[in-house]
Design a protein. Structure first.
Length: 316
């Protein structure tokens, strides 16, 4: 028991030192900080994967205090993103949760961290990042309009387009934030989990992307949102309009992923080389609408089962 506690303290001190060095580089060393920031969650995740939540939570608090000492206010926003993220990843591994659970929990924690920091920046410093971003966008459009007017070009259509683009961005900001957070978590897991594996941690695996199958309820949610949007006179700028537009974007993205997953499934069934899957995935983005329709059909009619039965029959 004594040896275990000694080992726990020693490993905790070592990981805290590694975290502090990575954080210091992330705050004070330009260019190199782009790389070190990606690995900031590794010491937290490594320790949390080996010890229960009580010890892991205490270790996280120590790392947060070290962040304030080493980097002050500059370091705290970075630490408050990567410490909770590493804690969730590590505890998911410790409790042998699936990679899907880890992904969803990490995404939710990162989203909460971002939102809390956004609200804290307003309350404590009076800085509204979103308002400043919108103001900068409008100023950029206005400057472009002035330049077009100076060279004698008509600005009527451009001003309409700029206003529409600003309104659309402002409306879809919640959906864009959610999607960007979960995409960031997915990319971070692609980086962090192999590193943890090299450090002796047994990490879970995602099932192959070609086997991804969304719940059929997603299709029903999308149909409800689509029908409400078509049958209701939702006015731009209102809360119902914002809710249904954001729901539509998120659901369309999920159906797009379902369509790309079907492409990978079909390519695997046909035995085509991997470069075909890469090429098809790239082409799916400009063909986003068609790919989403494929996802809807796959989800609603289980065309994978038909493809598999046809392939098995052809094999006979």
């Amino acid at each position: 028991m004594q040896n275990q506690q000694t080992s726990q303290l020693t490993q905790g001190a070592l990981m805290a030192a590694v975290f502090t060095v990575l954080l210091a580089i992330s705050v004070y060393v330009p260019l190199l900080n782009v790389v070190t920031t990606l690995f900031l969650a590794v010491p937290i995740a490594w320790y949390s994967a080996k010890y229960p939540w009580q010890a892991s939570a205490l270790f996280s608090v120590v790392c947060l205090i070290l962040s304030a000492i080493v980097g002050g206010l500059l370091a705290l926003p970075i630490a408050l993103i990567h410490i909770p993220l590493g804690l969730v990843i590590g505890l998911s591994i410790y409790h042998k949760k699936s990679k899907l659970f880890m992904f969803m929990a990490s995404g939710i924690v990162l989203l909460l961290s971002v939102m809390l920091q956004y609200m804290a920046s307003i309350w404590l410093f009076g800085i509204n990042v979103i308002e400043e971003m919108m103001t900068a966008m409008e100023a950029s459009f206005k400057q472009t309009s002035v330049l077009m007017d100076q060279v004698g070009a008509s600005t009527v259509e451009f001003d309409k387009m700029a206003n529409q683009l600003t309104l659309t961005f402002e409306t879809l900001l919640p959906a864009l934030l959610v999607l960007s957070v979960f995409i960031s978590v997915w990319l971070l897991l692609l980086i962090l989990l192999p590193v943890l594996k090299r450090l002796g941690i047994e990490v879970p695996k995602f099932p192959p992307f070609r086997d991804m199958k969304l719940p059929k309820s997603v299709l029903w949610y999308y149909l409800i949102v689509l029908l409400v949007s078509l049958l209701s006179d939702l006015q731009p700028g209102t809360m119902p309009y914002m809710i249904f537009m954001n729901a539509s974007v998120v659901l369309q993205f999920l159906l797009f992923l379902q369509g790309v997953s079907f492409y990978h499934f079909y390519i695997k069934q046909e035995g085509w080389p991997k470069w075909v899957a890469v090429l098809v995935t790239i082409l799916a983005f400009p063909l986003q609408s068609f790919t989403s329709i494929v996802g809807i059909v796959d989800l609603g009619f289980d065309i994978r089962g038909w493809v598999k039965r046809a392939h098995d029959f052809k094999g006979k």
